[in-house]
Design a protein around this ligand. Structure first.
Ligand code: CTP
Ligand code: CA
Length: 227
């Protein structure tokens, strides 16, 4: 069913979106995770369906219902997300990485529940693969890669570094210390950061409107227009 505001400017495109915060198991009952709600990624999936794309949503656990019409791939850990994304990357036209991926995981997942005893406990963590950097290395010229960045300081400098280092077409940078921005909120305040250094600040908006702004930018990038 075509809604009143439906556009079809993503028709014929296969897009993959990642969402949610990964969980890194510590023992059978505990995990390390982060404050991501998944709302931004799910809004991106919903908006892409509205605009006619074929949508694969690779999601870490969230409390959200997947939008109608998406292919949902449920994952838990960063390494599961890595495999799910890599397996599907070749057939994607656009990948948007809204997930908050754990940078580190516990070196071991204890087989039994860890019992309390000592007054302090040191956890040893090891680096997870950086999915987005790997996609940046493998990306074909026709593929568009969009990343997100959550920062608590030096937003622009960090974002400019990430967009170049990860070979992205667009980075959506988010100062999570601002009220109305970031984790759990229904709204967001971001800056769109392009390779070469162009930065477009956006006003506070709800996540579905922001999702549509991001797809607008993708359509422009695909048409070869520089921002
Ligand atoms: N990302 C990823 N795989 C990881 C870590 C991050 O794909 N292991 C992606 C996120 O999905 C996001 C982007 O990289 O789109 C930026 O995440 P962010 O945490 O801001 O950047 P990092 O490169 O992890 O840098 P740092 O956390 O040190 O700021
Ligand atoms: Ca990180």
């Amino acid at each position: 069913i075509q809604g009143f505001f439906t556009r079809d400017d993503l028709a014929g495109l296969q897009v993959l979106i990642t969402a949610g915060g990964t969980r890194e198991p510590l023992d059978p009952v505990r995990y390390l995770s982060n404050r991501s709600s998944g709302k931004m990624g799910y809004a991106l999936a919903r908006a892409a369906v509205q605009r006619g794309a074929r949508v694969t949503l690779v999601s870490a656990p969230t409390s959200l219902l997947p939008p109608a019409g998406v292919e949902l791939v449920s994952v838990e850990t960063a390494r599961e997300m890595y495999r799910a994304v890599m397996e599907r990357f070749a057939e994607q036209d656009v990948v948007v990485k809204a997930a908050a991926v754990a940078d580190y995981r516990p070196v071991v997942c204890a087989e039994q529940k860890i019992k309390k005893g000592t007054d302090s406990l040191i956890l040893e963590l090891v680096r997870n693969p950086d999915i987005l950097s790997e996609l940046g290395l493998r990306k074909a010229p026709r593929q568009i890669l969009v990343g997100f960045a959550a920062e608590t300081e030096d937003l622009e400098a960090n974002a400019l570094q990430k967009v170049e280092k990860k070979n992205l077409d667009l980075l959506v940078a988010n100062d999570v210390t601002q009220p109305g921005a970031g984790f759990g909120s229904d709204t967001n305040i971001v800056k769109m950061v392009y390779p070469g250094g162009h930065i477009q600040p956006l006003p506070l908006m709800d996540k579905l409107s922001l999702a549509h702004r991001i797809w607008d930018a993708v359509v422009e990038l695909r048409s070869g227009k520089s921002p």
